[in-house]
Write a protein that binds this ligand. Structure first.
Ligand code: BES
Ligand code: MG
Ligand code: ZN
Length: 494
């Protein structure tokens, strides 16, 4: 989508629709723009109360004497409630309304806002438009059922020089959309090899990116015993991908680790049928890391980041790894697998240990669809997160607030570690069934040593059953905006 600024209302282009913003005061809509010549158009809907300016409310009108055939009245709610996140959702509502009429170009009157917030809200407005402009229609065969996307938007009353952030935001939105595509597509298409290839292709974007893919042989040679165990039942081979972005010469990179389970049946500890339906999304963490590395390369940020992606399918079959058996990890610790469905922590354990050994990370952060329990605790819009380092935790929470990618810190409660003791190995991979997200995090913590580390459990927020705000249904693409915001803040004084 192309967004441009245009100073004058009179000389605007003839587009499909004119979008007019309104605030709400009391129960009444108040126009948020100055053009008087438009007043007669919406007199009646406002007088009759058919449109009240409520946040995300949309109402179509028709006019003969305008450059646009349709007019969309857009509610922004009370001016005092207009946060950046609300602004993103308002523009998503506008985009959805426009697309429902197959409108692909629109003139948007930029709302009059106090100077102090105008810049930030202008950016959020664009973010909302860009992030909501997504549809996964690739597998639809009937043309009519494909969704229209917005292709051109002109912001009236905005100067082009105020929109310098657009280039960055377009990169971010495209990276989020790449994540959504990877998560939404078939598991038989998005295999460990395909994820590795997608990562490899990032080398074309920047000379600062270098990608190394370990195949099964190399993974065996490296002795990543837990990744190998999980992969045993799968027809496809596992991969382990290292993506290095050297945007600075720092010798202590930030290491990002993404869970890349391209399908999770649960293995021999088989999942119930309905729990499996969304398990092609079990590589959402890996996709978020790939999306982040893509954005880093294109934004050319001055940071040193290494992305690690352990990837396999957790399949059921005669070769599957077995509950009750003990497997050797890359770190040297042995693990008694009590439940083959707790596989994410196994592949992550090997990747985290690899990160510690090879990179001396300044920070290490993993992102994973690790537990179903996190959505029991926090619901589907909020990710769980854990951290061993207060500064890191604070920076991640700041990034969350800035981007609207919600997360909530949960405790690494040490006494529960007792539950992971095994009679025959160094660790078991599950606890007593309660506090499932904490148990997953405590297991991972055993593999990070003293490195300042955070774990983000997106078992909740990586997938939505229904659209919400600027998220379409299914894959949300969370992680990229959070990570980029976090990485941008590194080096800046807080
Ligand atoms: N990939 C799942 C977690 C998951 C479930 C993410 C639902 C998103 C939605 C993970 O591998 C898993 O199966 N975890 C188990 C752990 C349990 C066996 C301790 C779970 O959450 O039930
Ligand atoms: Mg599982
Ligand atoms: Zn899983």
């Amino acid at each position: 989508m192309k967004i441009v600024g245009w100073k004058s209302f009179q000389t605007r282009k003839s587009f499909d629709c004119l979008v007019l913003p309104f605030f709400q005061e009391g129960k009444k809509a108040i126009k948020a723009f100055s053009q008087k010549e438009l007043d007669a158009l919406f007199l009646e809907p406002l007088r009759l109360g058919d449109f009240s300016g409520k946040r995300e409310e949309t109402f179509f009108l028709y006019a003969n004497d305008l450059k646009e055939k349709r007019i969309l009245l857009l509610g922004m709610g009370s001016a005092s409630d207009l946060t950046q996140e609300n602004m993103r959702s308002i523009m998503a509502a506008a985009n959805l309304a426009l697309r429902s009429k197959k409108i692909s170009s629109a003139n948007v009157l930029f709302p009059a806002l106090p100077k102090s917030v105008s810049k930030d809200l202008m950016r959020s407005l664009c973010e909302g438009l860009l992030l909501s402009n997504y549809a996964f229609d690739k597998l639809k065969q009937e043309e009519e059922s494909k969704k229209t996307l917005l292709s051109e938007v002109t912001l009236i009353g905005v100067e082009q020089k105020d929109l310098l952030f657009l280039e960055q935001d377009q990169i971010l939105a495209d990276s989020v959309h790449l994540v959504r595509d990877l998560v939404n597509d078939n598991a038989d298409f998005v295999t460990p090899q395909m994820l590795a290839k997608t990562a490899k292709d990032l080398e074309k974007l920047s000379k600062k990116i270098k990608v190394t893919v370990f195949d099964k042989k190399r993974i065996e040679k490296e002795k990543m015993g837990l990744l190998l165990a999980v992969s045993k039942g799968a027809f496809v081979d596992p991969t382990f991908t290292v993506i290095e972005y050297a945007g600075s010469s720092s010798t202590n990179p930030v290491v990002l680790v993404g869970k890349g389970l391209t399908y999770d049946t649960g293995g021999l500890s088989l999942k119930p049928t309905t729990s499996m339906e969304t398990m092609k999304s079990d590589m959402a963490g890996a996709a978020a890391v790939i999306g982040t590395m893509r954005a880093l390369a294109l934004l050319d940020l001055p940071v040193h980041v290494v992305g690690l992606i352990p990837s396999t399918e957790n399949a059921i079959g005669s070769r599957s790894y077995k509950p009750g058996d003990v497997y050797m990890s890359y770190s040297g610790k042995s693990v008694e697998v009590m439940n083959t469905d707790a596989e994410g922590r196994l592949v992550l354990a090997d990747a985290l240990a690899y990160g510690v050994k090879h990179y001396k990370p300044s920070y290490m952060i993993d992102i994973a669809t690790l537990t179903g329990a996190v959505s029991i605790a926090l619901g589907e819009e909020i990710a769980g997160f854990f951290a061993t380092d207060e500064h890191l935790a604070k920076q991640i929470e700041k990034a969350s607030q800035a981007t609207g990618e919600l997360l909530w810190r949960l405790p690494l409660y040490a006494p529960y570690l007792e539950q992971l003791k095994s009679d025959i190995a160094d660790l078991k991979n599950i606890g007593n069934g309660k506090g499932g997200s904490i148990m997953g995090a405590l297991f991972l913590k055993e593999f990070v040593g003293k490195v300042p580390w955070a774990h983000i459990d997106i078992g909740s927020s990586s997938w939505l059953a229904k659209p919400k705000g600027y998220y379409t249904s299914h894959a949300t693409g969370v992680g990229v905006r959070l990570f980029i915001n976090f990485l941008e803040s590194l080096g800046k004084k807080s």
